[in-house]
Design a protein around this ligand. Structure first.
Ligand SMILES: Nc1ncnc2c1ncn2[C@@H]1O[C@H](COP(=O)(O)OP(=O)(O)OP(=O)(O)O)[C@@H](O)[C@H]1O
Length: 319
């Protein structure tokens, strides 16, 4: 189990990570999402010991994470870090050896990984001879080469084509099935929603929502329904606590998106719709992670910016 407890990091006056806590269990895939400059990379660097936090703690299996613990982690840093002139096979063996893997074990692991990543015939090439997407695969292989117990991946899917995304997702899923915990950042929210057991949304250095996507949907969120009725507008007035969010005129009906107050039973809404005219469609609207993300990152921006000390030259603008 990996835990961050109350981690805070400042760069001068700027609070990049603010009292951040999260945990990722064994065999859990955790998606770390947030707007540009929200603090994801800083958090991951602290997790790996590349940066030191000003307050808080990184814990691994119930104890403060030390160098040994971190050696058992696999890391794909934002700045990447392959040697462009070095041959791929040689480089991966070297990185595994740095992490304490015996030479023959490393050599076998590298051959397996090259095959897994579809690079079996490129092992003798220099990194710089590969396409960017393939360099990315080698970078991921480098994070996996010492059979890590935990993976920290900064934007591992960026730059991969859809086939590469699926291949990497499967490689990670295999590790997860073997009990490896994975924390990765991504701006590809559809992918995060598809792959992750849990997500954490970070805004201005703080976790503003965390849990499964299903849990995030339920957290204090008004329920929305789409109702298409062969009648004019205004029928929703019959049910107190129903607010019309959008209306869309169709050939045979008016499709109304409504938000229900907690007191409203959706059956009342259906009854009112049927009383108004023939009901062509009636369904709850499930927000995607993109919808949830937009909601939580756009809430209370005035409050979120108040704990940073903005400098006009460097201030990030939340999306
Ligand atoms: N070395 C540094 N010196 C000063 N400020 C920094 C430094 N590194 C990061 N920051 C600031 O800390 C904040 C968090 O940055 P960080 O790179 O962790 O965000 P991020 O969520 O990874 O963003 P992105 O999605 O764009 O990669 C930003 O405001 C950034 O400008």
């Amino acid at each position: 189990m990996l835990e961050l407890v109350g981690v805070t990091k400042r760069y001068g006056d700027r609070v990049a990570v603010d009292d951040l806590s999260l945990s990722v269990g064994p065999g859990q895939m955790f998606g770390f999402v947030g707007t540009n400059g929200a603090g994801k990379t800083t958090t991951m660097r602290i997790l790996m010991g590349v940066l030191e936090q000003d307050a808080g703690q990184v814990r691994w299996n119930g104890r403060p994470a030390d160098a040994d613990a971190r050696r058992s982690f696999g890391y794909m840093p934002e700045e990447r870090g392959l040697y462009p002139k070095m041959r791929i096979r040689e480089q991966l063996v070297y990185l595994a050896r740095l992490r304490g893997t015996a030479r023959d074990v490393a050599a076998n692991a590298v051959e397996e990984l090259l095959a897994e990543f579809g690079l079996a015939d490129r092992g003798g090439d220099r990194v710089e001879a590969l396409s960017l997407g393939n360099q990315q695969r080698v970078q991921l292989a480098a994070a996996l080469v010492h059979d890590p117990a935990f993976l920290v991946l900064d934007e591992p899917f960026s730059g991969l084509d859809p086939v590469g995304v699926d291949a990497l997702a499967e490689i990670l899923a295999q590790r997860v099935r073997r009990g490896v915990g994975v924390l990765f950042s991504s701006h590809q929210l559809d992918l995060v929603e598809r792959l992750c057991h849990a997500v954490g949304i970070i805004r201005a250095g703080r976790i503003v929502a965390t849990g499964t996507v299903e849990e995030l949907r339920k957290q204090n969120r008004p329920r929305r329904y789409l109702v298409a009725v062969g009648a004019g507008a205004g029928w929703t007035a019959a049910v107190p606590g129903v607010e019309v969010v959008a209306e869309d005129r169709r050939d045979d009906s008016l499709a109304t998106t409504v938000e229900l107050a907690a007191t409203v039973d959706p059956q009342q809404l259906l009854d009112a719709a049927r009383a108004a005219g023939p009901v062509h469609e009636f369904r709850p609207l499930t927000p995607s992670l993109v919808d949830l993300f937009r909601e939580v990152v756009s809430e209370d921006l005035t409050e979120s910016s108040s704990h940073t000390a903005p400098s006009p030259a460097t201030q990030e603008i939340p999306a």
